[in-house]
Ligand binder design. Structure first.
Ligand SMILES: [Zn+2]
Length: 188
């Protein structure tokens, strides 16, 4: 499995290709910027390795605690963090729910102190309207995030496959692993 630094290098070296590819496909500067920025963000701090104490996790600085429940629930390199689409979808939902909760608490406190008017229904409608209005931009952001995650997951896969070939030879790729026996549950 490549180190955090190798993952960073792969992200940075592949960025110009992502820019060129997106620009040639979309012919749109704004969408290219969004895909590239999301790709960089995903590669450097929003990637699959948030499921472990990693460089990506450390880059969240004072906010890194946000990812502790995520790490507690997911096993490192599980399909739910490293899998195609599902990894990014879950991370986006996870962060979205946390931001929503923080926002709700913040608004509730501000309402108590300042007593300003806030209507959840209107805000939800506005958010929905905004999302439908900026659909292309939202898709571009998601595509960038997913590309960053997939660049990570595929280099993980190449790294461990190369290691296996070096250790056990090419033939080991075609032999089935023996099934692990389930641990018997301890009596409580
Ligand atoms: Zn990984």
């Amino acid at each position: 499995m490549p180190s955090g630094r190798t993952h960073d290098r792969i992200t940075l070296w592949s960025l110009p290709w992502i820019v060129l590819l997106t620009l040639s496909l979309t012919r749109d500067g704004m969408l290219t910027l969004l895909v590239s920025a999301a790709y960089l963000f995903s590669g450097l701090m929003f990637g699959p390795d948030l499921d472990i104490y990693s460089v990506q996790f450390k880059r969240w600085g004072g906010l890194r605690w946000l990812w502790i429940p995520y790490q507690k629930v997911l096993k490192h390199r599980s399909r739910l963090s490293h899998g195609f689409l599902i990894g990014t979808v879950l991370r986006v939902l996870y962060l979205g729910i946390i931001l929503l909760l923080v926002g709700m608490v913040g608004i509730a406190i501000a309402q108590l102190i300042g007593g300003f008017a806030w209507n959840w229904q209107t805000s939800a409608q506005q958010a929905k309207l905004g999302l439908s209005h900026y659909r292309a931009e939202a898709i571009a952001l998601f595509v960038g995030l997913e590309l960053g995650a997939m660049s990570h997951a595929s280099s993980d896969w190449f790294g461990s496959t190369a290691k296996q070939v070096r250790r056990k030879g090419v033939g080991s790729l075609f032999t089935r692993k023996p099934k692990k026996r389930r641990k018997s549950r301890r009596k409580r």
